[in-house]
Design a protein around this ligand. Structure first.
Ligand code: ADP
Ligand code: MG
Length: 451
């Protein structure tokens, strides 16, 4: 039972990580555990009440979505405080899934069983990537190697990647398949360095049959990790093992990535995912709905598909809301009733990305500083703290990586940004007026950028 709970929680974590920033996940969900699933719902163990409150206040929607994605329905959620855990909790990103390599789990690491080819809807926007993924899954290491899938957020890159892994595993012969995000890979590598455990790290990655590495744009600027990954890549490639990579941009647009890696990423096949057309969007909604035990009329489905056009995850989020309404109210949803409930998602869809500059300018104004203070090396708290808030907002409101944010704040490194985000989150938890101020800024910045 305990193992099953752990497995379910691992799948939920995979979902969560796609919905919240990696640092937020590491900070707030690292210590969380699934304690029970039963008729009364799920019970989630957290280290102390701060975690519970913070999760309830900030991450309830992504948590619910993740539960629905894994369990197929929305359970009641209960938190249980498991006192006495040390504050210095291990990051789940660096935990080695012990025994995952040999024996029981037949060498599968990190796969989400719900993401398979059967649940993936094919249309003109994704048929090349889908066909390539199927070819790779049928004959790993023999067709396109590496397979490089790129495209915007929420277009199904991670889904396709898991589908490849699941298909390979289901065919049997106990292949060793591993799914990691490039951030997990980086963290494991750093951890191995610190603990003098590089041989073990290398053994793990170089003995795989299929390596699925997600969001490789985050390798940008990480020189030592790139070096290590380069050797991992070569070792697998030379052994004719399959490598699948995804990124939010094409290889040549990757920032701060070594040329030799860029060229390797282009050795095999690059397939781009485009936003799905309206027919595909409707088909996706129908497919997701079919596994849900509620009925939603075509007019409502069409309404969602018409207004949410370039991010399938958001489209799914809309469907979950409508489904939750239908199942809780017992009424069949109408477009009129749903439109206000979906308004924020529809607005998000139209919003342009907020620029880091706009964030810096506004934060400087609000805290009565000069814009140049945002990029300066000055350290007094009256300047450093607002600067940290601006970094925190940049992390939440832009698609920029930690490196990119650091660079925009006067050439700081990614660790500084990560630290700033954590520090701000902590201060917000302890200081209500500050929290209101930051939340207000966040809303305002989002709003001013609406198209
Ligand atoms: P990305 O990794 O590109 O950001 P994901 O793979 O996480 O996107 O997809 C976001 C959500 O949208 C997932 O829940 C996924 O199942 C769903 N999705 C995306 N494309 C499709 C598709 N073609 N068919 C079915 N579901 C899809
Ligand atoms: Mg993804």
């Amino acid at each position: 039972m305990k193992e099953q709970l752990e497995e379910v929680w691992a799948s939920i974590s995979v979902e969560l990580r796609q919905r919240i920033p990696a640092d937020a996940f590491a900070r707030w969900f690292a210590s969380a555990r699934l304690l029970d699933i039963g008729e009364k719902g799920v019970r989630i163990g957290v280290a102390n009440t701060i975690y519970q409150i913070w999760i309830e206040e900030n991450f309830l929607v992504p948590l619910k979505e993740s539960l629905v994605a894994v369990l197929g329905h929305l359970p009641a959620i209960q938190f249980q405080v498991t006192e006495g855990r040390s504050k210095d909790l291990p990051s789940p990103l660096t935990e080695e899934p012990e025994g995952a390599h040999n024996g029981r789990h037949s060498g599968v690491i990190g796969l989400n069983a719900g993401y398979d080819f059967e649940s993936y809807v094919v249309g003109s926007s994704n048929e090349l990537a889908h066909a390539a993924a199927q070819a790779v899954a049928t004959a790993p290491g023999k067709t396109y190697n590496p397979l490089f899938i790129h495209g915007g957020v929420g277009l199904g890159k991670t889904h396709l990647m898991h589908a490849i892994g699941n298909a390979v595993v289901r065919r049997g012969k106990t292949p060793k398949v591993c799914y990691v995000t490039s951030e997990q890979f980086t963290n494991e590598f750093i951890d191995a360095l610190q603990k003098n455990a590089l041989p073990r790290f290398r053994r793990k990655y170089r003995s795989l049959d299929v390596l699925l590495i997600d969001d490789v744009q985050f390798l940008g600027g990480k020189e030592r990790t790139q070096e290590e990954f380069f050797h991992t890549f070569n070792s697998l490639f030379d052994g004719r093992k399959q490598i699948v990579l995804t990124s939010d941009r094409c290889a040549s647009d990757m920032r701060d990535l070594e040329e030799r890696l860029v060229s390797r990423f282009e050795w095999g096949l690059s397939a781009e995912l485009m936003p799905p057309d309206i027919e595909t969007r409707i088909a996706i909604l129908r497919k997701k709905l079919a596994s849900m035990e509620v009925s939603i009329g075509d007019d409502v489905l069409n309404f969602m598909a018409r207004h949410i056009t370039n991010n399938v995850r958001r489209l799914e989020g809309a469907l979950l809301r409508v489904a939750a309404y239908a199942s809780l109210s017992g009424k069949s949803p109408t477009v009129e009733a749903m439109e206000p409930k979906l308004r924020d998602l529809i607005q998000e869809e139209q919003r342009r990305n907020v620029s880091i500059e706009a964030i810096q300018k506004r934060v400087a104004e609000v805290f009565d500083l000069r814009p140049s203070d945002m990029t300066s090396k000055k350290r007094p708290a009256s300047i450093a703290r607002p600067r940290q808030i601006a970094m925190y907002l940049a992390r939440r409101l832009t698609k920029s990586s930690l490196q990119e944010i650091g660079a925009a704040f006067g050439g700081r490194d990614h660790g500084t940004v990560l630290h700033a985000c954590g520090a701000v989150a902590e201060r917000m938890a302890a200081d209500l007026p500050l929290r209101q101020k930051v939340e207000f800024l966040e809303k305002e910045l989002k709003g001013t950028q609406a198209a």
